[in-house]
Design a protein around this ligand. Structure first.
Ligand code: GDP
Length: 297
C-alpha cells in the first residue's frame, strides 16, 4: 500500500514526542528533523519539505504549543494541518459547463501513465452524475490505444468516436464535438497520444488542439510510482500547454507518496482524482484531509 513506509516513520517520531510529556524547542526541532528525513525518503520535493518543516516549526513555537498540556499531540495536529494545506485543502471538481452545452476535456500524459484507462474511468463518473459523455480517440499513433479505448468505452456504456489513424488529432477533436452536438451528448473527452518522454511533437500537437478547440479542462494524468519524475512532468506540461488539474494513478501500488505530496505545491495545480487500481471503477475523488489522515495512519 502507498505511504506505508512514510506512515510507519512518522508514527515512530510522534510516539516518541507524545511519550515525553513536556517538550522543549529542541525536542520539536529534533522531531521535525526526523519528519524531514521521512518526507525526503518518501521522495517529496526538497523545497517542499524544507518549507513544510519550517512552517510547522514556526507554528509550534509561535502558538505556545510547548506550554500546552499535550504538546506532542499539538505537534501532530500541526503536521496534519500542514499536510492538508500542502495538498490543496479543498477538493477540486472538474469544471464543466451547464448540461445544455458541450464541455470538452483534454486528457494528456506520458505513455503508460494510465491515460486511456483514466479517460474511461472519468467517463463512467460523469455518466453516473447524469452527463452524456463521448470518448474521442485522438491517439493516431497506436492503433492499440484506439482499441483499448473502444473496449473500455463499451464496458462503461459510453460511445467512442474514432476516425482511425489517418487524420490529425485536432480534426478528430473537432469532428467529435460535431458528433456530440448532433447526438445530444454533452461532454467530449479527448484521449490524446502519449510518448515515452516529453517531446516537442507531443506538445505541439496538444497546443494545436488547445488553439483550435475550446477546451474546458486540461487534465494531466501522471503515474504516482514515478515520484519526482511525475512532478517534473506536471511542471513541464503546465508550462507548455497549461493544465487545470492532475490525476495521479497507481496510488494502489507501493509508491512512496512523494508525488501526491509535492504536485500541488510545486505546480500550483490541484489533484482531482487518484487511480486506485486497474478496474474502471478504481478512481477516487481526491480529498486532501483524508489523504493526510491516511499518511499519518
Ligand atoms: P496510457 O498509455 O497512459 O494510456 O496508459 P494505460 O491506460 O494503457 O495504462 C497503462 C497501464 O497502467 C495499464 O496496465 C493499466 O491497467 C494500468 N493502470 C492505469 N491506472 C492504474 C491505477 O490507478 N492503478 C494500477 N494499479 N494500474 C493502473
Amino acid at each position: 500500500m502507498a505511504f506505508d513506509s512514510l506512515t510507519e516513520k512518522l508514527q515512530n517520531v510522534f510516539k516518541n514526542l507524545r511519550s515525553k510529556g513536556r517538550l522543549t524547542e529542541e525536542d520539536v526541532k529534533a522531531a521535525l528533523k526526523e519528519v524531514k528525513m521521512a518526507l525526503l525518503e518518501a521522495d517529496v520535493n526538497f523545497k517542499v519539505v524544507k518549507n513544510f518543516v519550517k512552517t510547522v516549526q514556526e507554528r509550534a513555537v509561535g502558538q505556545d504549543v510547548l506550554n500546552s498540556l499535550t504538546p506532542g499531540q499539538m505537534v501532530v495536529k500541526l503536521v496534519n494541518e500542514e499536510l492538508v494545506t500542502l495538498m490543496g485543502s479543498d477538493t477540486t471538481e472538474i469544471a464543466l459547463k451547464p448540461s445544455s452545452e458541450i464541455s470538452v476535456i483534454l486528457m494528456c500524459g506520458l505513455q503508460g501513465a494510465g491515460k486511456t484507462t483514466t479517460t474511461a474511468k472519468i467517463a463512467g463518473k460523469l455518466k453516473k452524475k447524469g452527463r452524456r459523455p463521448l470518448l474521442a480517440a485522438c491517439d493516431i499513433y497506436r492503433p492499440a490505444a484506439i482499441e483499448q479505448l473502444q473496449k473500455n468505452g463499451e464496458k462503461q456504456g459510453v460511445e467512442v468516436f474514432t476516425m482511425g489513424t489517418n487524420h490529425k488529432p485536432v480534426d478528430i477533436a473537432k469532428a467529435a464535438i460535431e458528433h456530440a452536438s448532433k447526438n445530444n451528448l454533452n461532454v467530449v473527452i479527448l484521449d490524446t497520444a502519449g510518448r515515452l518522454h516529453i517531446d516537442e511533437d507531443m506538445m505541439a500537437e496538444l497546443q494545436e488542439i488547445k488553439e483550435n478547440v475550446e477546451i474546458d479542462d486540461t487534465i494531466l494524468v501522471v503515474d504516482a510510482m514515478t515520484g519526482q519524475d511525475a512532478v517534473n512532468v506536471a511542471t513541464t506540461f503546465n508550462e507548455k500547454i497549461g493544465v487545470d488539474g492532475v490525476i495521479l494513478t497507481k496510488l494502489d501500488g507501493d509508491t512512496r507518496g512523494g508525488a501526491a505530496l509535492s504536485i500541488r505545491a510545486v505546480t500550483g495545480k490541484p489533484i482531482l482524482y487518484v487511480g486506485m487500481g486497474e478496474k474502471l471503477s478504481d478512481l477516487e475523488q481526491f480529498y486532501p484531509d483524508r489523504m493526510a489522515s491516511r499518511i499519518l495512519g
